[in-house]
Design a protein around this ligand. Structure first.
Ligand SMILES: Cc1ncc(COP(=O)(O)O)c(C=O)c1O
Length: 386
Protein backbone atom coordinates (compact mmCIF):
# COMPACT_ATOMS: atom_id res chain seq x y z
CA UNK A 1 0.00 0.00 0.00
CA UNK A 2 1.08 3.58 -0.37
CA UNK A 3 -0.11 7.16 0.12
CA UNK A 4 0.24 9.80 -2.56
CA UNK A 5 0.66 12.85 -0.32
CA UNK A 6 4.05 13.52 -1.89
CA UNK A 7 2.38 14.02 -5.24
CA UNK A 8 0.54 17.23 -4.32
CA UNK A 9 3.50 19.38 -5.37
CA UNK A 10 3.55 17.55 -8.69
CA UNK A 11 -0.17 18.21 -9.19
CA UNK A 12 0.58 21.93 -9.11
CA UNK A 13 3.51 21.59 -11.51
CA UNK A 14 1.78 19.30 -13.94
CA UNK A 15 -0.49 21.85 -15.61
CA UNK A 16 -0.17 20.49 -19.11
CA UNK A 17 -1.36 16.90 -19.57
CA UNK A 18 1.38 14.51 -20.66
CA UNK A 19 -0.09 12.04 -23.17
CA UNK A 20 1.22 8.52 -23.67
CA UNK A 21 2.06 9.44 -27.26
CA UNK A 22 1.68 12.37 -29.59
CA UNK A 23 2.82 12.05 -33.21
CA UNK A 24 4.96 14.74 -34.76
CA UNK A 25 3.26 16.12 -37.89
CA UNK A 26 5.35 18.87 -39.50
CA UNK A 27 4.40 21.53 -42.05
CA UNK A 28 6.37 19.50 -44.62
CA UNK A 29 4.14 16.50 -43.84
CA UNK A 30 1.06 18.68 -44.35
CA UNK A 31 2.41 20.09 -47.62
CA UNK A 32 3.05 16.58 -48.97
CA UNK A 33 -0.46 15.41 -48.07
CA UNK A 34 -1.84 18.59 -49.69
CA UNK A 35 0.10 17.74 -52.85
CA UNK A 36 -1.58 14.31 -52.89
CA UNK A 37 -5.02 15.90 -52.40
CA UNK A 38 -4.41 18.44 -55.16
CA UNK A 39 -3.32 15.65 -57.54
CA UNK A 40 -6.84 14.26 -57.36
CA UNK A 41 -5.47 10.77 -56.56
CA UNK A 42 -7.07 10.48 -53.16
CA UNK A 43 -7.81 6.75 -53.05
CA UNK A 44 -5.46 3.83 -53.54
CA UNK A 45 -3.96 4.82 -56.89
CA UNK A 46 -1.34 7.53 -57.16
CA UNK A 47 2.40 7.97 -57.22
CA UNK A 48 2.91 8.19 -53.45
CA UNK A 49 1.85 4.54 -52.95
CA UNK A 50 4.62 3.20 -55.14
CA UNK A 51 7.14 5.71 -53.74
CA UNK A 52 6.33 4.80 -50.12
CA UNK A 53 6.50 1.06 -50.81
CA UNK A 54 9.83 1.37 -52.61
CA UNK A 55 11.43 3.70 -50.09
CA UNK A 56 10.26 1.89 -46.96
CA UNK A 57 11.35 -1.51 -48.35
CA UNK A 58 14.72 -0.01 -49.21
CA UNK A 59 15.05 1.59 -45.75
CA UNK A 60 14.66 -1.82 -44.10
CA UNK A 61 16.61 -3.63 -46.85
CA UNK A 62 13.94 -5.89 -48.38
CA UNK A 63 13.15 -6.06 -52.11
CA UNK A 64 9.39 -5.49 -52.16
CA UNK A 65 6.85 -3.52 -50.15
CA UNK A 66 3.08 -4.06 -50.24
CA UNK A 67 1.27 -1.30 -48.40
CA UNK A 68 -1.96 -2.07 -46.53
CA UNK A 69 -4.76 -0.37 -44.64
CA UNK A 70 -3.28 -1.34 -41.23
CA UNK A 71 -0.71 -3.47 -39.45
CA UNK A 72 -3.42 -6.02 -38.73
CA UNK A 73 -4.41 -6.36 -42.40
CA UNK A 74 -0.69 -6.67 -43.24
CA UNK A 75 -0.47 -9.66 -40.89
CA UNK A 76 -3.64 -11.22 -42.29
CA UNK A 77 -2.35 -10.75 -45.85
CA UNK A 78 1.00 -12.32 -44.89
CA UNK A 79 -0.67 -15.41 -43.43
CA UNK A 80 -2.98 -15.76 -46.45
CA UNK A 81 -0.09 -15.41 -48.89
CA UNK A 82 1.68 -18.26 -47.07
CA UNK A 83 -1.42 -20.41 -47.50
CA UNK A 84 -2.31 -20.56 -43.80
CA UNK A 85 -5.84 -21.89 -43.44
CA UNK A 86 -8.27 -23.96 -41.43
CA UNK A 87 -6.82 -25.79 -38.41
CA UNK A 88 -3.19 -24.93 -39.24
CA UNK A 89 -1.21 -24.11 -36.11
CA UNK A 90 0.69 -20.83 -35.88
CA UNK A 91 3.15 -20.23 -33.03
CA UNK A 92 2.80 -16.76 -31.50
CA UNK A 93 3.68 -15.17 -28.15
CA UNK A 94 0.79 -14.50 -25.80
CA UNK A 95 2.36 -11.30 -24.49
CA UNK A 96 1.37 -8.99 -27.32
CA UNK A 97 -1.23 -6.59 -28.58
CA UNK A 98 -3.98 -8.93 -29.80
CA UNK A 99 -3.64 -8.13 -33.50
CA UNK A 100 -1.44 -11.07 -34.69
CA UNK A 101 -3.62 -13.53 -32.79
CA UNK A 102 -6.74 -12.15 -34.44
CA UNK A 103 -5.06 -12.34 -37.85
CA UNK A 104 -4.40 -16.07 -37.26
CA UNK A 105 -8.04 -16.60 -36.30
CA UNK A 106 -9.30 -14.70 -39.39
CA UNK A 107 -7.63 -17.49 -41.43
CA UNK A 108 -9.47 -20.21 -39.50
CA UNK A 109 -6.08 -21.26 -38.12
CA UNK A 110 -5.20 -21.96 -34.48
CA UNK A 111 -2.85 -19.76 -32.41
CA UNK A 112 -0.45 -21.75 -30.26
CA UNK A 113 0.79 -19.50 -27.49
CA UNK A 114 4.51 -19.58 -26.66
CA UNK A 115 6.29 -18.18 -23.60
CA UNK A 116 8.69 -15.23 -23.75
CA UNK A 117 12.34 -14.49 -23.07
CA UNK A 118 12.40 -12.52 -19.77
CA UNK A 119 15.04 -10.10 -21.06
CA UNK A 120 13.55 -8.94 -24.36
CA UNK A 121 9.90 -9.97 -23.77
CA UNK A 122 9.75 -11.65 -27.21
CA UNK A 123 8.92 -15.25 -28.16
CA UNK A 124 11.53 -17.65 -26.72
CA UNK A 125 13.48 -19.85 -29.19
CA UNK A 126 13.73 -23.00 -27.02
CA UNK A 127 10.00 -22.90 -26.32
CA UNK A 128 9.38 -22.61 -30.07
CA UNK A 129 11.54 -25.66 -30.73
CA UNK A 130 9.61 -27.69 -28.13
CA UNK A 131 6.21 -26.62 -29.44
CA UNK A 132 6.78 -27.41 -33.12
CA UNK A 133 4.82 -30.43 -34.33
CA UNK A 134 3.31 -31.78 -37.55
CA UNK A 135 0.50 -29.17 -37.49
CA UNK A 136 2.82 -26.14 -37.18
CA UNK A 137 2.56 -24.09 -40.38
CA UNK A 138 4.06 -20.70 -39.41
CA UNK A 139 5.79 -18.77 -36.63
CA UNK A 140 5.06 -15.13 -35.82
CA UNK A 141 7.91 -13.44 -33.92
CA UNK A 142 7.13 -10.02 -32.42
CA UNK A 143 9.63 -7.32 -31.48
CA UNK A 144 7.66 -6.02 -28.51
CA UNK A 145 7.91 -2.34 -27.54
CA UNK A 146 10.81 -1.92 -29.99
CA UNK A 147 12.95 -4.69 -28.38
CA UNK A 148 14.43 -7.10 -30.92
CA UNK A 149 13.65 -10.69 -29.95
CA UNK A 150 16.24 -13.45 -30.58
CA UNK A 151 15.34 -13.38 -34.23
CA UNK A 152 18.47 -15.01 -35.65
CA UNK A 153 17.96 -18.14 -33.51
CA UNK A 154 14.28 -18.15 -34.37
CA UNK A 155 15.09 -17.87 -38.09
CA UNK A 156 17.51 -20.80 -37.80
CA UNK A 157 14.82 -22.97 -36.11
CA UNK A 158 12.22 -21.97 -38.71
CA UNK A 159 14.58 -22.79 -41.59
CA UNK A 160 15.62 -26.12 -40.08
CA UNK A 161 11.97 -27.18 -39.75
CA UNK A 162 11.00 -25.61 -43.08
CA UNK A 163 8.35 -23.44 -41.43
CA UNK A 164 7.84 -19.87 -42.69
CA UNK A 165 8.70 -17.06 -40.27
CA UNK A 166 6.66 -13.86 -40.16
CA UNK A 167 8.19 -10.95 -38.30
CA UNK A 168 5.73 -8.57 -36.66
CA UNK A 169 7.67 -5.30 -36.58
CA UNK A 170 4.63 -3.11 -35.84
CA UNK A 171 6.40 -1.68 -32.78
CA UNK A 172 10.00 -1.83 -33.98
CA UNK A 173 10.73 0.19 -37.15
CA UNK A 174 14.50 0.64 -37.35
CA UNK A 175 15.35 -1.59 -34.36
CA UNK A 176 18.40 -3.79 -34.91
CA UNK A 177 19.34 -7.32 -33.87
CA UNK A 178 23.15 -7.59 -33.89
CA UNK A 179 23.48 -4.62 -36.26
CA UNK A 180 20.85 -5.96 -38.71
CA UNK A 181 17.47 -4.28 -38.95
CA UNK A 182 14.51 -6.29 -37.73
CA UNK A 183 12.28 -7.11 -40.66
CA UNK A 184 15.19 -8.67 -42.57
CA UNK A 185 14.79 -12.12 -41.00
CA UNK A 186 11.24 -13.15 -41.87
CA UNK A 187 9.93 -14.51 -45.17
CA UNK A 188 7.46 -11.66 -44.71
CA UNK A 189 7.79 -8.83 -42.21
CA UNK A 190 4.82 -6.67 -41.25
CA UNK A 191 4.75 -3.06 -40.05
CA UNK A 192 2.09 -0.70 -38.69
CA UNK A 193 1.88 3.05 -39.28
CA UNK A 194 -0.81 3.77 -36.69
CA UNK A 195 -0.66 7.26 -35.13
CA UNK A 196 1.58 6.24 -32.24
CA UNK A 197 4.12 4.29 -34.29
CA UNK A 198 7.67 5.44 -35.13
CA UNK A 199 6.34 6.91 -38.37
CA UNK A 200 2.65 7.24 -39.10
CA UNK A 201 0.23 7.33 -42.02
CA UNK A 202 -2.79 7.78 -39.70
CA UNK A 203 -3.81 4.16 -40.09
CA UNK A 204 -1.75 1.92 -42.35
CA UNK A 205 0.67 -0.94 -42.63
CA UNK A 206 3.11 -2.72 -44.93
CA UNK A 207 4.33 -6.23 -45.74
CA UNK A 208 7.93 -6.59 -46.91
CA UNK A 209 9.34 -9.62 -48.70
CA UNK A 210 12.19 -10.65 -51.00
CA UNK A 211 10.03 -13.23 -52.78
CA UNK A 212 8.40 -11.97 -56.02
CA UNK A 213 5.68 -14.66 -55.96
CA UNK A 214 4.65 -13.83 -52.41
CA UNK A 215 4.67 -10.12 -53.30
CA UNK A 216 2.39 -10.81 -56.32
CA UNK A 217 0.01 -12.87 -54.22
CA UNK A 218 -0.24 -10.18 -51.55
CA UNK A 219 -0.95 -7.50 -54.18
CA UNK A 220 -3.78 -9.58 -55.65
CA UNK A 221 -5.28 -10.50 -52.26
CA UNK A 222 -5.09 -6.86 -51.15
CA UNK A 223 -7.23 -5.82 -54.12
CA UNK A 224 -10.26 -8.16 -54.00
CA UNK A 225 -8.30 -10.99 -55.60
CA UNK A 226 -8.39 -9.11 -58.90
CA UNK A 227 -6.10 -10.37 -61.67
CA UNK A 228 -3.19 -7.98 -62.21
CA UNK A 229 -3.52 -8.35 -65.98
CA UNK A 230 -7.31 -8.58 -66.49
CA UNK A 231 -9.45 -5.84 -64.95
CA UNK A 232 -12.45 -7.03 -62.91
CA UNK A 233 -11.42 -10.67 -63.26
CA UNK A 234 -11.15 -12.35 -59.86
CA UNK A 235 -9.12 -15.55 -59.55
CA UNK A 236 -9.66 -15.78 -55.82
CA UNK A 237 -11.69 -14.21 -53.02
CA UNK A 238 -9.67 -11.24 -51.84
CA UNK A 239 -10.03 -8.21 -49.63
CA UNK A 240 -9.90 -4.44 -49.79
CA UNK A 241 -6.78 -3.91 -47.67
CA UNK A 242 -5.38 -1.01 -49.73
CA UNK A 243 -3.63 2.06 -48.36
CA UNK A 244 -4.68 5.43 -49.79
CA UNK A 245 -2.40 7.80 -51.69
CA UNK A 246 -3.05 10.43 -48.97
CA UNK A 247 -1.75 8.07 -46.30
CA UNK A 248 1.23 7.11 -48.44
CA UNK A 249 2.07 10.81 -48.96
CA UNK A 250 2.27 11.25 -45.19
CA UNK A 251 4.40 8.11 -44.99
CA UNK A 252 6.84 9.37 -47.65
CA UNK A 253 7.27 12.62 -45.77
CA UNK A 254 7.65 11.00 -42.34
CA UNK A 255 10.12 8.44 -43.66
CA UNK A 256 12.56 11.25 -44.49
CA UNK A 257 13.18 11.79 -40.78
CA UNK A 258 12.79 8.28 -39.37
CA UNK A 259 16.41 8.12 -38.17
CA UNK A 260 16.02 11.43 -36.35
CA UNK A 261 12.80 10.18 -34.69
CA UNK A 262 14.56 6.98 -33.61
CA UNK A 263 17.46 8.91 -32.10
CA UNK A 264 15.10 11.24 -30.24
CA UNK A 265 13.22 8.28 -28.77
CA UNK A 266 16.47 6.62 -27.76
CA UNK A 267 17.46 9.85 -26.00
CA UNK A 268 14.07 9.91 -24.19
CA UNK A 269 14.71 6.32 -23.06
CA UNK A 270 18.18 7.11 -21.77
CA UNK A 271 16.80 10.07 -19.78
CA UNK A 272 14.11 7.86 -18.22
CA UNK A 273 16.72 5.21 -17.39
CA UNK A 274 18.92 7.84 -15.77
CA UNK A 275 16.08 9.42 -13.73
CA UNK A 276 14.73 6.04 -12.60
CA UNK A 277 18.07 4.37 -11.94
CA UNK A 278 18.08 5.04 -8.19
CA UNK A 279 14.80 3.33 -7.44
CA UNK A 280 15.34 -0.37 -6.61
CA UNK A 281 11.61 -0.99 -7.00
CA UNK A 282 11.69 -0.21 -10.72
CA UNK A 283 13.36 -2.24 -13.47
CA UNK A 284 13.92 0.13 -16.33
CA UNK A 285 14.01 -0.52 -20.03
CA UNK A 286 17.47 -0.42 -21.64
CA UNK A 287 19.59 -1.64 -24.54
CA UNK A 288 20.97 -5.17 -24.19
CA UNK A 289 23.94 -6.84 -25.91
CA UNK A 290 24.64 -5.40 -29.36
CA UNK A 291 20.98 -4.84 -30.15
CA UNK A 292 19.47 -1.47 -30.87
CA UNK A 293 16.13 -0.93 -29.21
CA UNK A 294 13.84 1.81 -30.43
CA UNK A 295 11.73 2.15 -27.27
CA UNK A 296 8.36 2.43 -28.99
CA UNK A 297 6.75 2.67 -25.54
CA UNK A 298 9.23 3.05 -22.70
CA UNK A 299 7.98 0.29 -20.40
CA UNK A 300 9.15 -0.41 -16.84
CA UNK A 301 8.47 -3.25 -14.43
CA UNK A 302 7.55 -2.58 -10.81
CA UNK A 303 9.45 -5.11 -8.72
CA UNK A 304 8.01 -7.04 -5.80
CA UNK A 305 4.38 -7.23 -6.97
CA UNK A 306 2.36 -10.41 -7.07
CA UNK A 307 -0.74 -9.00 -8.73
CA UNK A 308 -1.85 -6.04 -10.82
CA UNK A 309 -3.65 -4.04 -8.09
CA UNK A 310 -0.71 -1.82 -7.10
CA UNK A 311 0.23 -1.29 -10.76
CA UNK A 312 -3.32 -0.16 -11.57
CA UNK A 313 -3.41 2.18 -8.57
CA UNK A 314 -0.13 3.71 -9.75
CA UNK A 315 -1.60 4.26 -13.23
CA UNK A 316 -4.66 5.86 -11.63
CA UNK A 317 -2.59 8.14 -9.38
CA UNK A 318 -0.58 9.31 -12.38
CA UNK A 319 -3.78 9.91 -14.35
CA UNK A 320 -4.98 12.21 -11.57
CA UNK A 321 -1.96 14.41 -12.13
CA UNK A 322 -2.60 14.30 -15.87
CA UNK A 323 0.15 11.85 -16.77
CA UNK A 324 -1.17 9.17 -19.13
CA UNK A 325 0.42 5.73 -18.81
CA UNK A 326 -0.63 2.29 -20.00
CA UNK A 327 -0.56 -1.16 -18.46
CA UNK A 328 1.51 -3.84 -20.17
CA UNK A 329 -0.58 -5.84 -22.66
CA UNK A 330 -2.75 -8.47 -20.98
CA UNK A 331 -1.40 -11.82 -22.18
CA UNK A 332 -3.86 -12.97 -24.81
CA UNK A 333 -4.26 -16.42 -23.21
CA UNK A 334 -5.61 -14.81 -20.01
CA UNK A 335 -8.68 -13.43 -21.80
CA UNK A 336 -11.73 -15.75 -21.94
CA UNK A 337 -12.12 -15.18 -25.70
CA UNK A 338 -8.73 -16.80 -26.32
CA UNK A 339 -7.94 -18.94 -23.25
CA UNK A 340 -8.94 -22.20 -24.96
CA UNK A 341 -5.85 -21.91 -27.18
CA UNK A 342 -3.40 -22.09 -24.26
CA UNK A 343 -1.58 -25.40 -24.21
CA UNK A 344 2.01 -24.52 -23.25
CA UNK A 345 3.36 -23.30 -19.90
CA UNK A 346 3.66 -19.48 -19.71
CA UNK A 347 6.18 -19.11 -16.87
CA UNK A 348 7.73 -15.74 -17.75
CA UNK A 349 4.65 -14.28 -19.42
CA UNK A 350 2.60 -14.96 -16.30
CA UNK A 351 5.24 -13.48 -14.01
CA UNK A 352 5.83 -10.21 -15.86
CA UNK A 353 2.68 -8.72 -17.35
CA UNK A 354 1.03 -7.41 -14.15
CA UNK A 355 4.18 -5.50 -13.19
CA UNK A 356 4.52 -3.52 -16.42
CA UNK A 357 3.70 0.14 -17.07
CA UNK A 358 4.35 2.00 -20.32
CA UNK A 359 5.31 5.64 -19.79
CA UNK A 360 4.72 8.65 -22.07
CA UNK A 361 7.01 8.02 -25.04
CA UNK A 362 6.20 10.37 -27.94
CA UNK A 363 9.00 12.14 -29.81
CA UNK A 364 7.75 15.57 -28.68
CA UNK A 365 8.40 14.87 -24.97
CA UNK A 366 10.65 17.38 -23.27
CA UNK A 367 13.31 16.68 -20.68
CA UNK A 368 11.38 18.38 -17.85
CA UNK A 369 8.32 16.23 -18.65
CA UNK A 370 10.44 13.06 -18.54
CA UNK A 371 11.86 14.16 -15.21
CA UNK A 372 8.38 14.90 -13.86
CA UNK A 373 6.99 11.51 -14.95
CA UNK A 374 10.04 9.75 -13.49
CA UNK A 375 9.86 11.47 -10.13
CA UNK A 376 6.09 10.91 -9.83
CA UNK A 377 6.51 7.21 -10.67
CA UNK A 378 9.52 6.86 -8.42
CA UNK A 379 7.66 8.48 -5.55
CA UNK A 380 4.70 6.12 -5.94
CA UNK A 381 6.90 3.04 -6.32
CA UNK A 382 9.07 3.86 -3.32
CA UNK A 383 6.04 2.80 -1.29
CA UNK A 384 6.15 -0.80 -2.49
CA UNK A 385 6.99 -3.02 0.45
CA UNK A 386 8.76 -6.25 -0.33
C1 LIG B 1 2.64 -6.10 -32.09
C2 LIG B 1 1.58 -5.47 -32.95
N1 LIG B 1 1.19 -6.10 -34.06
C3 LIG B 1 0.26 -5.57 -34.87
C4 LIG B 1 -0.34 -4.37 -34.59
C5 LIG B 1 -1.44 -3.90 -35.48
O1 LIG B 1 -1.28 -2.68 -36.07
P1 LIG B 1 -2.53 -1.80 -36.49
O2 LIG B 1 -3.02 -1.11 -35.27
O3 LIG B 1 -1.95 -0.86 -37.50
O4 LIG B 1 -3.54 -2.70 -37.08
C6 LIG B 1 0.04 -3.66 -33.45
C7 LIG B 1 -0.57 -2.37 -33.14
O5 LIG B 1 -0.18 -1.64 -32.27
C8 LIG B 1 1.01 -4.23 -32.59
O6 LIG B 1 1.39 -3.62 -31.47
Amino acid sequence: MYSNRGLSILVQRSVEPIPIYEPEITTDDMRTVEEAIKSGWVSSKGSFIDEFERKFASYIGKRYGVSTSSGTTALHLALLALGIGKDDNVLVPSLTFVSPVNAILYCGAVPKFIDIDPENWGIEPECIEKAIDSKTRAIIAIHLYGNPCKIEQIQEIANRHNIPLIEDCAEAHGAEYRHKKVGLFGVISCFSFYGNKMITTGEGGMCLTDDPLIMEKMRVLRDHGMSQSKKYWHDMVGYNYRMTNLQAALGVSQLKRIDDLIERKRRIASLYSEFLSNNPNITSHHDVHEDKRTFWLYTVLINGLDKEEFRDMTIDSLRKIRIETRPFFYPVHTMPTYSKYQKEKMTYTDSIWFRGISLPSGPLLKEDQIELVSSALSDLCSKVTR
